[in-house]
Design a binder for this molecule. Structure first.
Ligand SMILES: NC(=O)c1ccc[n+]([C@@H]2O[C@H](COP(=O)([O-])OP(=O)(O)OC[C@H]3O[C@@H](n4cnc5c(N)ncnc54)[C@H](OP(=O)(O)O)[C@@H]3O)[C@@H](O)[C@H]2O)c1
Length: 360
């Protein structure tokens, strides 16, 4: 496999730092440029992010002396340095939309963690095990943008990364009608640690701005179909959610209830999960978990502290599957929000795009 030069936009932030650590030893992707706001531009990565480094492993040596570019003003410089960029920035939605389009129009493919472009019908939002075929819409997007190689592809929200994977293969076999999911979300999802978010200690906060809308709408795009160069969202299942912030550093948990057109047997569901794989496994992508869904028979699993790092934080853990008195089934699931739910999921998507020739 050939190698690609990669930029990280928002490199100083929580997700950007995660990209830096994940890409340090990546077999295909080599980080050759970093960018952030004008506040960081002109400083080395060590100067700009050293004192606010939040990862458990140190800042990669190979990146410490890279001088940060201004994400908005230095697009031409970035073009000289990279084959594509990852993007995770904290800006207004319309500014992010404009920034990502500017990169795509400069012929720099963008793999984004931001929500700004997720609703655009010709922007693929991909979990490689679930809807890898959606990347086909890139050709139509390139026509709309007038580009030869530039495009935008996005990662879905971290909240749904735990419950969409176990529901996906069941949907295909039994027809999914109704889903209720309550999520218990880690503080790193808000870019925080216990030091920077003391109010969360001994507490639960029953509101995360915009999260329930994303949790209910984005699965319908992931389960949608490509028609005439656009993704047409699925119309079923009906989904309702409540998203709570809990005192956990990393790992979003969800308690899920689901009903189907044909009621599944509990043991059949476990077999389906055990055998579930997608393009990520078939193509043997470097960041793909060997076993995407891990089912735990122990009644006190999955637990965020014990299970979030399974398969490098790229697998989804599920437990407590049982019949429900109001829905057909209920279960509990967990995924690492900044790995599979953010930077790791974006790296896996970029691997899929590279393997399919979209980064050439
Ligand atoms: N945390 C998660 O688990 C998670 C999960 C999924 C998606 N996301 C999404 O990823 C994005 C970043 O989240 P985060 O938690 O990493 O945020 P963060 O820690 O607040 O980092 C924000 C980054 O954006 C940069 N930035 C701010 N204003 C900018 C500007 N005007 N121009 C260019 N860069 C600018 C910052 O650069 P400076 O240091 O120079 O200010 C920093 O690098 C958000 O859209 C978020 O919704 C986060």
């Amino acid at each position: 496999m050939k190698t690609y030069r990669v930029g990280i936009i928002g490199a100083t932030g929580m997700v950007g730092q995660r990209f830096a650590t994940l890409l340090e030893h990546h077999p295909w992707f080599h980080v050759t440029a970093l960018a952030a706001s004008e506040r960081s531009a002109g400083k080395t990565y060590a100067e700009a992010a050293g004192s606010r480094w939040l990862m458990k492993t140190p800042m990669p040596e190979s990146m410490k002396d890279l001088v940060l570019l201004d994400a908005s003003k230095d697009i031409d410089k970035m073009k000289e340095l990279v084959d594509f960029v990852f993007c995770a920035v904290n800006m207004k939605k319309d500014e992010i939309k404009a920034l990502e389009e500017a990169y795509a129009k400069a012929e720099i493919p963008v793999v984004s963690n931001n929500s700004a472009n997720r609703g655009v019908p010709d922007v693929p939002m991909v979990v490689p095990e679930i809807n890898a075929d959606h990347i086909e819409v890139i050709e139509a997007q390139r026509k709309r943008l007038g580009t030869k190689r530039g495009f935008i592809a996005v990662k879905s929200n971290c909240s749904l990364q735990s419950y969409v994977p176990p529901l996906s293969p069941l949907k295909d076999v039994y027809g999914l009608k109704k889903v209720l999911a309550c999520t218990y979300q880690a503080i790193s999802g808000a870019g925080k640690t216990f030091e920077t978010f003391p109010d969360i200690v001994d507490n639960v906060i029953p509101f995360i701005g915009g999260e329930e809308e994303k949790s209910e709408q984005e699965p319908l795009k992931l389960w949608g179909k490509v028609e005439n160069g656009k993704i047409v969202n699925a119309t079923e299942p009906s989904i309702t959610t409540q998203c709570l912030r809990v005192p956990v550093s990393d790992g979003h948990t969800a308690a899920v209830f689901a009903s189907f057109e044909r009621k599944p047997e509990i043991e059949d569901i476990k077999k389906i999960w055990a055998g579930f794989e997608g393009e990520a496994q078939k193509l043997n992508l470097p960041s793909a978990p060997k076993q995407f869904i891990h089912y735990f028979e122990e009644e006190n699993r999955p637990q965020a502290k014990l299970d979030r790092d399974l398969e490098g934080g790229m697998a989804v853990s599920v437990g407590r599957l049982r019949p429900d008195s109001q829905y057909d089934i209920k279960f509990v699931c967990l995924s690492h929000n900044t790995l599979r739910g953010a930077a790791g999921g974006a790296v896996l998507m970029a691997e899929l795009l590279a393997a399919k020739g979209y980064m050439d």
